[in-house]
Design a protein around this ligand. Sequence first.
Ligand code: FES
Length: 84
Amino acid sequence: MKIQLTVNGQPHSADVEDRTLLVNLIRDHAQLTGTHVGCDTSQCGACTVHVDGRAVKSCTMLAAQADGADVVTIEGLAKNGKLH
Ligand code: FES
């Protein structure tokens, strides 16, 4: 399915399979590798991003569920290499 979302203020559109996880969309499509897959049990939180202002483990959310959402990754929290 075709989805559209905002990642760190930039509009993105992507063709994703139904089973594509949000973390894979962020890493593979948006090329933002600060979001990590650290486990396969949804426990570590290395994949956490903000979706519409709420912290979400992106390995537990389908990319399709983020259609229309405003996503902020760790890169979006950093300014000039520093967190703000
Ligand atoms: Fe470990 Fe998502 S990758 S909680």
